[in-house]
Design a protein around this ligand. Structure first.
Ligand code: KG4
Ligand code: ZN
Length: 335
């Protein structure tokens, strides 16, 4: 059978990425241009700078990903994300789709983070087992879903204020650490005492909603009220509070819906303490927790191409490519 190729394009936030997926499973290329250096001095993503950098880089990133292959399908992330980045992705995708006369597929970026858990880095996938609880934790999102099958979702809860990664970034800024904050805070935390300061564990009331701004505010009050603080102790105590909250909520959700699998995706899925604690605590309850491979936890186009492959396999090439900065996860129409 002839090989089939999907080109994925990702430009929702601060990574410009293009990937080529062969036969719905093999990542032939996954080129990622990160804008971290551009946004570093602001300790957060500046939308206008992000849009300009996407526009400047998208063509070369796509060229590098394609090599001499003409793809059979063009997929791009059409939300949620920053409007400027989404527009750049759409224009690039539509241009190629017209040039090559190929179908175009819009992909929800957050579904991409979930499906990224299947990628192994080799010529095979590690398929998700349903039903499962999906925990998507990134700089912009913290969400729990019940996933009954590919494209069959029940959203359970999301953050009411800051996302988990955003809290890491803001605490890093308060402490004068680098950007993005997650890896910096984690590095410091390894040298600290996780019980040094008892920061709040918000909303452990059985709900699937999150709230992380209270923990961040507690850190800022602690810094205001104490002299000669230990940065490693604060990082360790903060990380413990966030991770304990994520772990408890994910396991509560799995028990509530009687599912035996949890899949974790998004930038914060790279966090070592989260990986270790969730796998261990879930196993104690007979639940298997799995994570996206670390290098594929942050934004990348391979996850967009893979989600498109799943949609194609289920006849979900709806052709709806409108961008939506506030897109939420929705079940795919029944076929
Ligand atoms: O998924 P992602 O690359 O971009 C968004 O879609 O937001 O996630 C980036 C977020 C940042 O907030 C970053 O601080 C966080 O993921 N992050 C981490 C770690 N590595 C990245 N947070 C905690 N621990 C980490 N090791
Ligand atoms: Zn993301």
């Amino acid at each position: 059978m002839k090989d089939s190729y999907i080109l994925g394009i990702e430009s929702t936030c601060d990574e410009t990425s293009a990937a080529l997926l062969k036969n719905g499973r093999e990542v032939v290329s996954n080129v990622i241009y990160t804008q971290i250096d551009l946004h570093k001095k602001y300790a957060g993503v500046v939308p206008e700078l992000a849009s300009r950098a996407h526009a400047a880089k998208i063509a070369s990133v796509i060229k590098a990903a394609l090599g001499d292959i003409i793809p059979d399908y063009i997929a791009f992330a059409n939300g949620p994300g920053l409007p400027g980045g989404l527009l750049v992705g759409r224009v690039a995708a539509e241009t190629l789709a017209n040039l090559f006369d190929r179908p175009i597929i819009g992909v929800n970026h957050l579904e991409g983070h979930l499906f990224a858990c299947e990628l192994t880095g080799a010529d095979k996938l590690n398929p998700l087992e349903f039903p499962l609880i999906s925990l998507i934790v990134s700089g912009g999102h913290s969400e729990l879903w019940l996933v009954r099958d590919y494209g069959d979702y029940k959203p359970l809860g999301k953050t009411r204020d800051d996302a988990a990664g955003e809290a890491f970034d803001k605490v890093a800024k308060l402490l004068g650490l680098g950007y993005p904050g997650g890896p910096e805070v984690s590095k410091q935390a390894l040298k600290g005492d996780r019980n040094a300061v008892k920061f709040p564990r918000p909303m452990l009331d059985g709900s699937c909603e999150f709230s992380f701004s209270g923990i961040k505010t507690a850190v800022s009050y602690y810094l205001r009220d104490h002299k000669d603080v230990s940065v490693p102790d604060i990082c360790a105590s903060f990380e413990q509070a966030v991770v304990e909250t994520l772990v408890k909520k994910a396991i509560n959700a799995a028990e509530k819906y009687k599912v035996k699998h949890i899949a974790v995706g998004g930038g914060v899925a790279a966090n070592g303490l989260l990986r270790e604690m969730l796998v261990k605590k879930a196993a104690e309850k007979g639940i298997e927790a799995r994570f996206v491979l670390r290098p594929l936890s942050s934004d990348n186009a391979a996850m967009i191409a893979l989600c498109a492959a799943k949609k194609l396999a289920r006849g979900q090439n709806t052709g709806d490519i409108r961008i939506n900065p506030n897109m939420v996860v929705r079940s795919w129409p029944k076929k």
